[in-house]
Design a protein around this ligand. Structure first.
Ligand code: ZN
Length: 64
């Protein structure tokens, strides 16, 4: 069962319109951009952290 992300209205799987019938929020794209941006920021922060950690370590590659 799909739910409206804004008002929680239950929507039939056969309800193919992209707007909630109760609050007319855009179901498909509600917060979609926001989420993408958050993910991008998180990924960037993570990469920076890893990079800083790597910079602190002495460069020692696995030599066998
Ligand atoms: Zn709704």
């Amino acid at each position: 069962m799909r739910k409206c992300p804004k008002c929680g209205e239950r929507l039939s799987p056969l309800y193919f319109k992209t707007a909630c019938k109760a609050c007319s929020a855009d179901i498909l794209y509600y917060h979609f951009d926001e989420r993408l941006e958050q993910d991008a920021q998180k990924a960037a922060a993570q990469e920076e952290k890893v990079q800083r950690l790597l910079n602190r370590l002495p460069l020692r590659r696995n030599k066998r």
